[in-house]
Ligand binder design. Sequence first.
Ligand code: PDD
Length: 286
Amino acid sequence: MKNKKTYPAEVFLNDKWKKPEDAFVSVFDRSFMFGDGIYEVTPFYSGKPFRLQDHLARVRYCLQEMSIDFNASILEGLMLEAVKRSSFSSEDAAVYLQISRGKAPRSHFIPEDAEPTLLLYAFRVDLSNFKNRFWKVMASEDLRWHRCDIKSTALLANTMANDAAISAGYDENLLFRNGVFTEGSHTTIFFVKDDVVYTHPEDRQILSGITRKVVIELCNSLEIPLKEEAFPVAKLSEVDEIFLTGTTTQIAPVSSVTIEGKEVFTSQKGEITRLLQEEFIKRTRR
Ligand code: PDD
């Protein structure tokens, strides 16, 4: 069964808080026509932001890569306000924000005078139950573009990959390109083999995940060897543990991976995943 989602009570659009039913964007907004925008999801643990500056730095990076001229310094205050206004000040929540290039007559070239459109809202999310949930996943070819480092709202290849998984009863779709895993449809992938942790290097094939960064820091402080190396699909059956990370996913152990109907990997939660989960909880619930 697909998990039904709900709308927030209010959203911030450009310069005002509005009810979603009163918030409108032009049909000529380039996010509608081209997916020409960027987005960000920032977690708030018991009302407190986690790694907010990292999320804001990624927004700035994406704006720069997309040449969208937007003053990101207004975002922090609005994110905190969104959580407060939604009465999530002591609850787990997240803030979604997106900045599109704005409205302009349709053209493939980038218009010079479009005013960016900002949408921002807080939503409730359960960040306390990730430890005991196992993810059963499938894997398929990565059909996305070659700028996956940009957190673009143009997510069609991701949503199609994710829907293929959910519709078939899986929790996520792990993507591979040229014989190596890149990332999940909305998660970063980590493999553990012979007590060494592997994850794809930071480049244009993956999003530079904030949770990925935290996990790398945790491995360093726990002295767990980690290699930023792409992991080959052919070696999947030799793997001891797999876990996925993301802002709302946190650290999720993978119990099985199926490729083209064949279960290639099965495991129960391993020691390294468990250790990292415990350290992650200490950091997020300080
Ligand atoms: N997804 N890779 C992809 C393709 C993602 O979409 C995400 C996050 C991640 C993990 O990044 P982070 O740890 O910074 O959340 C990796 C977000 C949460 C989403 O699309 O809702």
